[in-house]
Design a protein around this ligand. Structure first.
Ligand SMILES: C[S@@+](CC[C@H](N)C(=O)[O-])C[C@H]1O[C@@H](n2cnc3c(N)ncnc32)[C@H](O)[C@@H]1O
Length: 342
């Protein structure tokens, strides 16, 4: 057979460009392997399409087509006809399955309207989901659980860095503000046996938070408090933690949350701000765009955080940088203390 040139396809339509344009499918192929638990079913070794279809409750035809597409992404391979196994990349996906469920769900949906967010400078969650992101998740327990599992998976390294970098032996009452389902607070309390903790978040998030503390034998040391940090924050902490929260908000929202923490904190109390920050060069980061489209928040430089702290009753003290994987900017642990006057 002789290859013929295809007049419609220009030389500039390279495989790299095609892979990029088909990226929407790559995300969904990986997410589907996780969502249908095909990665779990393959974790023990290779299986035929028929066995897998039975195990995960899918059509043999659809599953075979999915797996062949996944093989082109090198997530699985087909050692014998109609028989598949995980590759090294697929094994990595399996080990990070909570992150895949998180990125390929609601966050994927809002990115379908990225162009609208760029034109308006506003998030599109209300248009795409029918409600702002936190409100939408509050009414969907399964998606909310996926979201918090994903947050916990992406934050594992950050929590490790906090307990290794910050001297927690100084604190007696740690208040994790917008602390999600408590993964970070539980690690901090394990590292600070003298301290008690308060987990503060929205009602539906707190409702699902008790299990982790019970499983870790920490419920005697933890108070679960529901509410909105736009209104008030639990009082009397000597350490307030805001991790991955400030970047979810525009400057007005960020200032309000920092001020609410300052109102609750006694003079001299410490604030630990844990954020993925932009370098001063403002080199681009995927996370910044993600904040725009999903929440109307923004990533900031350290200087911009210092200005927010200064305006809201906090004196900036120090910053520690922790290396992070690609895409999200450097992780900074910024410490401040509550000044005498707000
Ligand atoms: C990006 S997540 C960060 C969670 C956690 N700190 C972490 O790093 O894994 C932001 C958190 O803010 C919470 N949140 C959003 N709006 C809130 C509000 N008005 N009051 C209290 N918490 C809120 C969300 O429920 C979510 O748990």
């Amino acid at each position: 057979m002789t290859a013929v040139s295809q007049p419609g396809l220009s030389d500039s339509l390279t495989p790299a460009l095609m892979r990029l344009l088909f990226g929407f499918q790559a995300t969904q192929i990986a997410t589907t392997l996780v969502r249908l638990r095909i990665d779990d079913a393959l974790a023990g070794g290779s299986r035929s399409v028929a066995e897998l279809a039975e195990a995960v409750g899918a059509s043999g035809d659809g599953l075979g087509r999915l797996l062949r597409a996944a093989a082109t992404l090198r997530l699985v391979r087909e050692p014998a006809r109609d028989c598949f196994e995980l590759t090294e990349l697929g094994t990595g996906l399996h080990a990070n399955r909570d992150l895949a469920g998180f990125l390929g769900g609601v966050l994927y949906l809002v990115h379908s309207r990225l162009s609208d967010a760029v034109v308006s400078g506003q998030p599109v969650s209300r248009d795409v989901l029918g409600a702002p992101l936190w409100e939408y998740l509050s009414s969907r327990p399964d998606e909310q659980a996926d979201f918090h599992r994903g947050m916990a998976a992406s934050a594992r390294a950050q929590t490790g860095a906090i307990v290794q970098t910050i001297d927690l032996s100084r604190f007696r009452r740690i208040v994790d503000v917008g602390g999600g389902r408590g993964k970070n607070l539980s690690a901090m309390l394990r590292a600070a046996p003298q301290a008690n903790g308060v987990l503060f978040d929205q009602q539906q998030v707190i409702a699902g938070a008790g299990e982790l503390f019970a499983a870790e034998g920490l419920n005697e040391r933890v108070e679960l408090v529901e509410g909105s940090f736009l209104e008030s924050v639990p009082t009397g902490g000597d350490l307030y933690v805001l991790k991955g929260v400030v970047l979810n908000w525009d400057d007005e929202g960020a200032r309000l949350i920092l001020r609410r923490c300052a109102e609750a904190a006694p003079e001299g109390a410490t604030l630990l701000l844990v954020e993925s920050v932009l370098p001063e060069s403002r080199e681009s980061s995927f996370l910044d765009l993600f904040m725009l489209v999903a929440l109307g928040g923004r990533q900031r430089t350290v200087k911009e955080h210092q200005a927010l702290l200064h305006d809201t009753g906090w004196q900036f003290d120090s910053v520690h940088e922790v290396p992070q994987p690609l895409y999200v900017g450097s992780l900074m642990l910024m410490e401040a203390h509550r000044t005498a006057n707000t």
